[in-house]
Design a protein around this ligand. Sequence first.
Ligand code: HEC
Ligand code: HEC
Length: 231
Amino acid sequence: MMITHFPAYLLLITSSLAAAQQQEANPAAPYVQSQLNICAECHGVDGISTNPEIPIIAGLAKKTLQRALFAFQADKRPNLTAQGHAIQAHLLQGNSDLRQREKIQQLSRYYAALGFTPAEQTQAFKQLTPQQMEKGKALHQTYCARCHKKQGRIDNNGVGILAGQWLPYLRHSMSDFQTNKREMPQKMVKRLTAMNEAELDDINAGVKEMDWLELLLLYYAAQAKMPNLSP
Ligand code: HEC
Ligand code: HEC
């Protein structure tokens, strides 16, 4: 009896210790504390989403988090309708007399201080052939690496994290960009257009390959846990 109960008891102590340490490292302001369970409903505990359509937000740059939250509030970035409203409502509610701006800043500060944990992708990116991996790398370097540094693994200057972010979410992000539902940075538009033109040339020349954007996103998924951090 004692023995069977012991491990569970230990586990409880260990996990509450870990939680306490996390708290110490990144103490949540009272307002943030009041929102954590709400955010967790969709973005997972500590911002590590387990839903492939919903982004992991832990460890994104403060700049990225803030820009997204301001954009949702201003209705400048789509969200699944009901969910978008939910977020706005949650930002407004709570017995706190903080201003919106302050709420957004506090939430962003909190999630930015947590570590990014790559998604457990279930997709077939592992089936990329070595040639496809090479192609993905080359496309990344030519068209995306200037801003999405280290194979998309770091959120440099508010560009988000691509390597290890959920693939289905990244696919719908790209589709929102391309259908103007979400504003794409002008210089990213240019690079993407250049890539589309080069791809068209290839298609016209009869070189048949996987869709380049899809190849790139699969490439990023495959980079998440790779130790090599060259640019
Ligand atoms: C009802 C579900 C839901 C809730 C609750 C929710 N979110 Fe989200 N969140 C989403 C979805 C879905 C997206 C993806 C939107 C898109 O399609 O671009 C998102 C996107 C985001 C992003 C953008 C991430 C990026 O990579 O650009 C941030 C930041 C964010 N949420 C923060 C929060 C915070 C903070 C809370 C709690 C106050 C919260 N969310 C609550 C569903 C939710
Ligand atoms: C000139 C800089 C620049 C280049 C080049 C660039 N991006 Fe971006 N990218 C950004 C910025 C800035 C954001 C954040 C935009 C925002 O959230 O409003 C972004 C966001 C993204 C996102 C959404 C991430 C998220 O969390 O929602 C994806 C996906 C993406 N880029 C893919 C690419 C791909 C693929 C390429 C190459 C074809 C590329 N980008 C080239 C600057 C760039």
